[in-house]
Design a protein around this ligand. Structure first.
Ligand code: ATP
Length: 475
């Protein structure tokens, strides 16, 4: 530290936060002033000039921290400002970075981290993000895509990175297992970027036959190949001015990788069969669940393309590494399902929640989301029990192809019925299921209705009604 101790200001309406942070900073040798709100800080600045560093809370009576940030940046553009907030979602962090924040500190924070951050900023050793942080201002959100949920350290760190990266026109490679939210991250990067008003175009490389991929990406002219009756505008052109999300990039055939690399380097291309040179301004975000370095070593992915796409890498942790986020995610999904079904949201019983936390989530967030939608539709009561959960998980496994026994048979039957466009599938399935249960229970109870009813957990009258006077057993 230089001879003159650096001055640090702490602006927060919460006296205890202010006190502990100021004390820790003083102990580290800084000259610290505390302010209970934006107005006091601005008045002090008018009087004695800017400090070397300023920490500010976001939500405060009067002007909030982001308005303060705006005013500070107008008066002292070089002043590094650290924004502190308990609101760590992408929109808040991106809002802070857009306003020119130097860093974002999630509350509650570790005091040592805050002091270390102050030291890094004051010694000018933060990562050179200043240019990024003070870059372009942006229009309001236009995309209403679902927001990323998560409050584990891993996710907060990710949100901060998204907030920061959204402002820079860099290529980003998003890695993570299937269903971890890679596309959602790409959408958030777009939504918070200066490109938000322009298109976000997604293309799943693995889902398109390789012979069609080139024209899907770059378009074609009429007559370019058999079946090309009309001109087709490719995804690159559709995304002009905006963001192109290339999912499963590891599945792109090698010849197309070569072409993509050239387009990325030159920013221009010909449509398939075309003569007009097309120029586009597109930010590319690629995603993969594969280990691209291994594909490179195998000769299946171009190293130079990897370098071009991988300017910044965001890794999405699998859900099993952040199970603390499961309850919050589940609540979000149950609420979304309830809104769709126009019903009150269901809640999890404690035992059900414990089961969710113990599960390993091979399908990650998508698996949890699907499970919640099934529960919202199928669990009978407002509270989801562990038994409801077991039943819904078994169905899920059947659907994902890992089931054995009757769930697998049911899944096969359902597929066949759906493919055949058969009507009333659920009703027929219910009737069949119930019929089998009743018949087998009667068989095992030697035809005694009261016993069969008791063993099934039904009232005797209900069973009688369901069996009817002359019903023929199915088994
Ligand atoms: N953190 C999150 N908060 C809320 N929803 C999420 C989150 N992560 C994922 N989801 C939801 O889970 C589903 C799967 O996410 P997404 O499609 O982004 O995953 P992905 O990693 O791109 O999957 P794949 O590799 O299979 O394409 C989506 O419906 C998405 O909205």
């Amino acid at each position: 530290m230089s001879a003159r101790p650096s001055t640090v200001w702490v602006v927060d309406d919460d006296r205890s936060v202010r006190f502990v942070l100021a004390t820790a900073l003083r102990e580290a040798g800084y000259r610290v002033d505390e302010f209970g709100g934006s107005a006091d800080a601005l008045a002090a600045m008018a009087e004695r000039g800017a400090p070397d560093l300023l920490f500010t809370d976001v939500r405060m009576p009067g002007d909030g921290g982001l308005v303060l940030l705006d005013k500070l940046k107008a008066q002292a553009p070089q002043l590094p400002v650290v924004v502190m907030s308990a609101y760590t979602d992408v929109a808040s962090t991106a809002g802070a970075f857009r306003g020119g924040a130097h860093e974002f500190l999630s509350k509650p924070f570790d005091l040592d981290d805050a002091v270390a951050l102050a030291a890094r900023v004051l010694e000018g050793t933060t990562t050179g993000d200043e240019d990024v942080a003070t870059a372009a201002s942006v229009s309001a959100d236009v995309d209403t895509a679902p927001t990323l949920v998560g409050s584990t350290v891993a996710m907060r760190t990710l949100f901060r990175a998204i907030g920061r990266l959204a402002q820079a026109p860099l290529s980003v490679l998003v890695t993570g297992e299937t269903g971890t939210g890679k596309e959602l991250v790409a959408r958030a990067l777009h939504r918070e970027s200066p490109r938000a008003g322009k298109p976000f175009v997604a293309l799943n490389t693995a889902a398109i036959p390789s012979e069609l991929l080139e024209s899907e990406l770059f378009g074609h002219e009429a007559g370019a190949f058999t079946g090309a009756s009309k001109r087709h505008i490719g995804r690159f052109e559709q995304a002009d001015g905006g963001t192109l999300f290339l999912d499963e990039i590891g599945d792109m055939p090698l010849p197309l990788q070569t072409r993509l690399l050239r387009v990325l380097a030159e920013g221009e291309f010909f449509r398939v069969g075309g003569r007009e040179l097309i120029r586009v301004d597109v930010r590319v975000i690629a995603a993969t669940h594969q280990h691209l370095e291994l594909l490179v070593a195998d000769g299946r992915f171009r190293a130079d393309l990897l370098h071009r796409l991988d300017v910044v890498r965001l890794r999405l942790p699998p859900l099993r590494e952040r199970v603390e986020d499961v309850p919050q995610l589940a609540e979000r999904f149950l609420a979304a399902a309830a809104a769709r079904f126009d019903a009150p949201p269901k809640r999890f019983a404690r035992t059900a929640l414990e089961r969710l936390l113990a599960h390993t989530w091979p399908g990650n967030v998508r698996e949890l989301e699907n499970l919640c939608w099934r529960l919202a539709a199928l669990a009978p009561a407002d509270t989801v029990t562990a038994a409801d959960l077991d039943a819904a998980m078994a169905t899920g496994t059947a659907v994902q192809g890992g089931a054995t026994g009757w769930e697998a048979a049911l899944a096969t039957w359902t597929r066949a019925e759906l493919d055949a466009g058969a009507p009333g599938i659920l009703e027929r399935a219910r009737e069949t299921l119930e019929g089998v249960l009743l018949d087998v229970a009667m068989e095992r109870s030697g035809g005694r209705r009261s016993e069969a009813a008791a063993r099934l957990g039904l009232g005797r009258n209900t069973l009688s009604r369901k069996l009817g006077p002359g019903r023929t057993p199915r088994t």
